[in-house]
Design a protein around this ligand. Structure first.
Ligand code: GLC
Ligand code: GLC
Length: 652
């Protein structure tokens, strides 16, 4: 191994010595300003070159023209760096001086669809003060690129990474907005939809028209021989819309690899031209002022016969290669991993050299699991084992997003607690679709697979937590219980280690919206039930303390303000504890002199935490609940009302 490392170091250096003058020459004539630009670039190139070289060598070293591809990748990166706007270069320096900026407890994220929230980009400007009232510092705009008409998988079928959907605005508007957001302390986050393009992307159109070079951008097959062999090991992601991962393209007569919908063509990353082209799109986006890219469907990018083509080692190498290119040419750019897969696999994408941020799908799913069962055993054991990640990285904690909920916990974790994972998933699906007697939830099934019996769950935070059913029954006690559940989950999202991410609309308790059923482009995809237009008409109510919207919004912004004042909520530690009560999820957050004990009751009835459990985690003489600002002496155990949560500051 170390011999191999030595070999790579030596050859990396040799190769760079050969490449540098060529890349420099390709940059054109020199002047003083240009020299300066080059200096920063060369310095970072030297710093990150070895790891870039190592992964590219593994991915593409067997190609006869490998050296040519290396050169082209570096020339492209240098040109993109030279184009990078000055304010972003300044940001690069700032972030280099404070690379852990995103660990702050002041970080709070929001995510929205521009068309549903404010119609278009121009309209979004008017809401910057709204974002500031909420305390957002991170704003993810759902895919807003040019897409095919009709079904575009909610924007995830991109026809042009450099063009904004004309109904939403223009690229110039987007980069202007990025800058204004930045001036207001908000980082713009966009998707990097890197696994596939739409079938209308220029590359796909050329491929269809018979251009062999572009056919090699995708995975296209003359007949079913190879697809049938691959298919044996693949799972269906959208079994409702199509069985199997291949689509016959009538124009070229070829079978195209399409993991998701038939109009989403998977890119062929075994072709180094695809890597270079996509790295260029990535840097283009970074230069528009995007500070975080969400790597969409990152688990699926590499295919190998005989495997399930998810999470392959090469998929990781690709992320490392993109990461190194970013560090060289857009150094403040961060990646967020979207790998909604087994928890062991989720963790493997999280590393400073891969994705610094990652969705936390396990916490999300297990919070819903605990809400249904009123027990925190699985949540507790899974978080105790699996919450820890690299200290320079952070989870992004969320309750709902634009996608469905899949029960991605580990079967073995469940088994150790005597829970049969398969049966439990069936129960959770029945619970959240409301089929289970006594369920409070109003969710919809998503992507039922008759072969495996699997399905997933769609629905908004409020409808899944029981608000929709309670409002319909006009039952005050049920409404209170639903509000209690929603607030409980929010408390955890805002206090657990990582960056909280609010799905906009949820701050008002958005309910399921069934109007998608009358739109043929959406009716087949139940995720649209939780992708609703922002009901600005309800905004007037936000001053009326009697209405639920007011309560949701104000309690949420209040909690956010509190979070920002508590250094212990800075990311970096979260110690899950045993509260001695299977209904109460508890953890310690600590930083410098501040220690918080956070406890959350998942049952609708009062629960207590025995004194010996408290003694095991703190010698405090008293606690101050920072939510109610009441003081409790430590000595008689703790009592929590149904669905109560407390952020207890420990004092000597
Ligand atoms: C991601 C997105 C999802 C989309 C899929 C295909 O998982 O979150 O909405 O359907 O990728 O791009
Ligand atoms: C699967 C994929 C995930 C995608 C989701 C869409 O869970 O792993 O990437 O977001 O399907 O429903």
């Amino acid at each position: 191994m170390s011999d191999n490392n030595d070999w790579i170091s030596r050859h990396a250096e040799k190769t760079l010595t050969r490449l540098l003058p060529r890349v420099r020459a390709a940059m054109g004539p020199m002047d003083a300003k240009y020299d300066q630009v080059w200096e920063g670039f060369e310095q970072r190139l030297r710093e990150h070159w070895e790891r870039l070289f190592r992964v590219l060598l593994q991915l593409y070293g067997w190609q006869y023209d490998f050296f040519y591809h290396l050169e082209q990748i570096l020339v492209m990166a240098a040109r993109r760096w030279a184009d990078r706007p000055e304010y972003l270069k300044e940001l690069d320096w700032q972030r280099q001086a404070d690379p852990q900026w995103f660990q702050s407890q002041e970080m709070v994220g929001g995510v929205l669809y521009v068309d549903l929230f404010s119609r278009n980009l121009a309209g979004l400007h008017d809401h910057i003060s709204y974002f500031k009232t909420m305390g957002l510092t991170y704003l993810h705009l759902m895919p807003l690129f040019a897409v095919p008409h009709g079904n575009s998988d909610g924007g995830y079928a991109v026809s042009d990474y450099r063009a904004i959907n004309a109904d939403i605005g223009t690229m110039e508007e987007l980069s202007a907005l990025a800058r204004i957001l930045h001036d207001n302390g908000i980082s713009l986050v966009l998707d990097f939809v890197l696994n596939h393009t739409s079938d209308e992307h220029i590359w796909a159109r050329r491929a269809r028209g018979g251009d062999v070079d572009f056919q090699e951008y995708y995975l296209m097959f003359d007949d079913r021989t190879l697809p049938d062999q691959y298919q044996q090991h693949l799972r269906d992601i959208f079994p409702d819309s199509r069985r199997g991962c291949f689509t016959l393209d009538p124009e070229s007569g070829k079978w195209v690899w399409t993991t998701f919908n038939s109009f989403q063509w998977d890119l062929n990353y075994a072709n180094p031209l695809v890597f270079r082209a996509m790295a260029e799109e990535m840097l283009f986006l970074a230069n528009q002022g995007v500070q975080v890219l969400r790597l969409d469907a990152v688990a699926f990018t590499w295919k190998r016969l005989g495997t399930n083509c998810e999470n392959l080692p090469e998929a990781h190498m690709l992320v490392e290669a993109f990461n190194a290119v970013a560090k060289i040419a857009a150094p403040s750019l961060l990646f967020k991993s979207e790998a909604i897969v087994h928890p062991d696999e989720v963790i493997r994408y999280i590393h400073p050299d891969k994705c610094q941020l990652s969705y936390n799908p396990l916490l999300m799913a297990l919070l819903w699991e605990a809400l249904a069962t009123r027990e925190v055993r699985l949540l507790n054991s899974a978080m105790w084992k699996r919450a820890r990640i690299h200290p320079e990285c952070a989870w992004v904690n969320y309750l709902r997003c634009h996608d469905d909920i899949g029960w991605t916990f580990d079967d073995q974790d469940a088994m150790e607690l005597g829970i049969n994972a398969h049966d439990h998933r069936q129960f959770l699906n029945r619970f959240y679709t409301g089929e289970f007697p006594g369920s409070f939830a109003r969710g919809l099934p998503f992507q039922y697979n008759p072969d495996t019996g699997d399905r997933r769950i769609s629905g908004t935070l409020a409808s899944l937590a029981g608000l929709e059913a309670a409002l319909e029954q006009e039952d005050a006690a049920l409404i209170e219980a639903a509000v209690g559940r929603i607030n409980l989950l929010r408390s955890i999202m805002l206090s657990a280690g990582g960056i909280p991410l609010i799905y906009l609309g949820d701050e008002w308790g958005m309910l399921n919206d069934y109007t998608y059923l009358s739109d043929p482009a959406k009716a087949g995809d139940s995720r649209w039930v939780h992708r609703a237009r922002q009901r600005w008409e309800a905004r007037g109510d936000l001053t009326d303390a009697e209405v639920l919207e007011w309560r949701f919004f104000n309690e949420m912004t209040g909690l956010i303000r509190l979070r920002k004042q508590l250094p212990a909520l800075r990311n970096g530690n979260m110690e899950v504890i045993d509260t001695g009560n299977i209904h109460v999820f508890g953890f310690i957050r600590e930083f410098e002199n501040q220690k918080l004990l956070i406890v959350n009751n998942f049952s609708e009835t009062p629960q207590s935490i025995p004194q010996e459990q408290l003694n095991a985690v703190t010698s405090a003489t008293r606690f101050t609940d920072r939510i109610t600002e009441t003081t409790i002496s430590n000595g008689n155990g703790l009592r929590l009302e149904g669905y109560q949560f407390a952020w207890l500051e420990c004092s000597a």
